[in-house]
Structures are given as structure tokens and as C-alpha cells.
Design a protein around this ligand. Structure first.
Ligand code: AMP
Ligand code: MG
Length: 343
């Protein structure tokens, strides 16, 4: 009898362990998540009902391949090889040539607000090495002619640009890779997934229970993760460009990472962030950067003509503007000042 009495705690312990193990198995069956560091940021995702964990390997290779193509800090990347050979025609891969072509289309549509040829300016400010400093105005003036995106030509896969020019894909790379990942998930029959590729969100399908995803829009410079509001969405990319995402301070002034290629200085037009919603993550990424540079008025004009995207602007006085298509899916945090922008 004594032995049985002492065995009870052991049996209870065993039952608890079994329950926990079963629980874990159930959770694992329901969704799989993964996190990695690439493209200078954290990439993570959750995928529901994948048949096996090879999905992670597939997504991981897509991201690593994109990094190997686009990174300008990796001296062996395709982009670095192309930049080194500027002045002579460069035979780019299909993917890189496609990215440059699309970027040039957005440059044209936004009057150069999106400009992938800004690398010489980014380098001068130290945004490529994190050795930040404010360059002299004369030096910036000397560099600006080398950022003229109209001097880039892409014929087939042959990229030609002026000697001394160099391209940087920081404004579109994560959007590009998001689209490729989403295509793969769809190909694999996945109907529910949430990707967060360095802050670029993509919601594929709905949540497993059929309800919409809740995506928070960050309040710029808020350290307590305070949200400007919550989006309830499905099958949409949500991409934010903001001055608070990367910056340095010198003599009490903040210098951020999104540049106006007309001046060579960080865009300074009263905006703290721009969020774009689109089914096309490349478009969302390209336009969030461009709209941030253009300023709210010009961006509203572009939005009225464009179709297919919705926008949230947060101004330097923390007022939130959102386009009318978000009326039913964006809830602004209580107490914050907001206004709807109509077509
Ligand atoms: P994003 O966070 O998508 O707005 O992209 C910002 C990144 O794109 C910066 O860190 C730079 O690498 C690069 N960049 C900065 N300004 C521009 C611009 N006007 N057009 C294109 N790329 C830019
Ligand atoms: Mg962007």
C-alpha cells in the first residue's frame, strides 16, 4: 500500500507530461512558425496547415537568394557586381532586371520620389555602413548628377548606367521578396499565413478560423508599442515607411534614412510615416517610400488616380489620415486625432 501511495505523484506527473506533449503536437500540427535574420532585419512567418516543415526551407532559400542578389553591403552580391561595373553594360539575372524595370516605372510615376539610384547619397550619409555623418552641401551637389535614374537603361536583361552611378534596393527589396514568398505559399496550397519580413507584413487568406487578421499600425517614436490603430484585413500587404525606423542624431537634429533625390537630404515634409495596403507587396513597398518623400498632398493626388491601394499617413503632429477604403477595416486608437481622405 505504501508503495502505491508514493507512486501517485509520479503517475500525476506522467499524465501532465503526456497532456503537455499532446498539446504541443496539436499546436505544431495547427501552424508552423520560423524566424531568421536576413537583409539586415528579422524575417518571420507563421504558416497554417503546411503538410511538412520543408516550407520553411523553401521560404528561407527565397530570402537568402534575394539577399545574395540585392545586398549592397555584400561585396559579392549581384547588385554589388553590377554597381562596380557601372559605365559598362551589365547582364543582370531575370529577377534583378525585373526589379530594376519595375523600380524605374515607379520612379517615372512618382517623379523620382522613388529612386533606386540614390546609393551615392546614402553612402555619403553613412546609411550603408552605419558610420553616420552629415555631408557638406557642396559634396551632395557633386553627387546628385550620379543619382539621375533617367540615365539607367534596361534592354532585355542588359542594364546600362553612367560610370559612378550605383543602385540600392532598400526601398523595394523586402516587398519583392514578400511577393515571391507569397507566390510559393499559394503554389503549395497554403490558404492561411502571416509573414513579417522586416516589418513588411503580408496576410495570406484569413486566419485559420475564417476571421480577419489584426495588424497594428505603429505610432512613430512610441517606445511602449503604442498603436495608431488596428487593421482588420486579409490577402493584403501592409508596408510602412517611417523616419523613426532608422535615423541618427547630430547637434540635436534627427536625420533619417529616406531621402529626397531632388535635394540629397532626408525628406522633410511634415510626415512621420506612410503605410500602404496593396495585394502587391512590391507596389506597397515602392509607394510607401515614394509617398513619404512626395509629402501628403502630392501622394493624395497620386492615390486618387491609382486605385488598388489604401494609405495611412501619420504627420509630425501625430494626426492620422486614412483613405476612405479603410473606413470599415481601420480602427484608430481611442483619443487620437484622425481624418478620412476621400476620393
Ligand atoms: P523603405 O524603408 O522601404 O521606405 O526604404 C528605405 C530605404 O531605401 C533606405 O534605407 C535606403 O536604403 C533607400 N532609400 C532611401 N530613400 C530612397 C528613395 N527616395 N528612393 C529609393 N530608395 C530610397
Ligand atoms: Mg519601401
Amino acid at each position: 500500500m505504501r508503495t502505491v501511495k508514493y507512486m501517485w505523484p509520479l503517475i500525476a506527473c506522467l499524465i501532465l507530461c503526456m497532456t503537455l506533449l499532446c498539446g504541443c503536437a496539436l499546436i505544431q500540427k495547427d501552424y508552423q512558425s520560423y524566424e531568421m535574420y536576413s537583409m539586415d532585419t528579422i524575417m518571420s512567418w507563421k504558416v497554417w496547415d503546411a503538410s511538412d516543415s520543408s516550407i520553411h526551407e523553401d521560404l528561407k532559400s527565397i530570402i537568402l537568394e534575394a539577399e545574395q542578389m540585392l545586398s549592397v553591403t555584400n561585396q559579392n552580391s549581384e547588385a554589388s557586381n553590377m554597381n562596380r561595373e557601372s559605365g559598362t553594360p551589365f547582364e543582370a539575372s531575370d529577377a534583378l532586371a525585373g526589379i530594376i524595370k519595375r523600380s524605374l516605372t515607379f520612379a517615372e510615376e512618382t517623379d523620382g520620389a522613388l529612386n533606386v539610384a540614390l546609393y551615392p547619397i546614402l553612402r555619403a550619409w553613412g546609411f550603408t555602413t552605419e558610420n553616420y555623418s552629415v555631408p557638406g552641401q557642396e559634396y551632395l551637389q557633386e553627387l546628385l548628377p550620379y543619382t539621375d535614374w533617367t540615365r539607367i537603361q534596361v534592354e532585355g536583361n542588359l542594364v546600362t548606367m553612367q560610370d559612378g552611378m550605383a543602385l540600392d534596393f532598400g526601398a523595394v527589396g523586402k516587398g519583392y521578396v514578400t511577393d515571391v514568398c507569397v507566390d510559393l505559399l499559394k503554389e503549395k496550397g497554403i490558404t492561411s499565413a502571416r509573414l513579417d519580413l522586416g516589418g513588411n507584413i503580408y496576410t495570406l487568406g484569413t486566419k485559420k478560423d475564417g476571421t480577419l487578421w489584426n495588424i497594428g499600425v505603429k505610432m512613430p517614436f512610441e517606445t511602449n508599442n503604442e498603436l495608431a490603430g488596428i487593421l482588420k484585413i486579409q490577402d493584403t500587404a501592409v508596408v510602412t515607411s517611417g523616419n523613426y525606423q532608422r535615423y541618427f542624431e547630430q547637434d540635436g537634429k534627427l536625420y533619417h534614412h529616406i531621402f529626397d533625390s531632388k535635394t540629397g537630404y532626408p525628406a522633410d515634409n511634415g510626415l512621420y510615416s506612410v503605410t500602404i495596403l496593396s495585394q502587391d507587396a512590391f507596389e506597397a513597398d515602392a509607394l510607401s517610400t515614394a509617398y513619404f518623400v512626395m509629402g501628403q498632398e502630392a501622394a493624395e493626388e497620386d492615390w486618387r488616380q491609382r486605385g488598388g491601394i489604401e494609405v495611412i499617413w501619420i504627420t509630425s503632429d501625430y494626426k492620422i489620415y486614412y483613405t476612405e477604403g479603410l473606413k470599415d477595416c481601420f480602427t484608430v486608437t481611442e483619443g487620437l486625432d484622425s481624418e478620412m481622405v476621400i476620393r
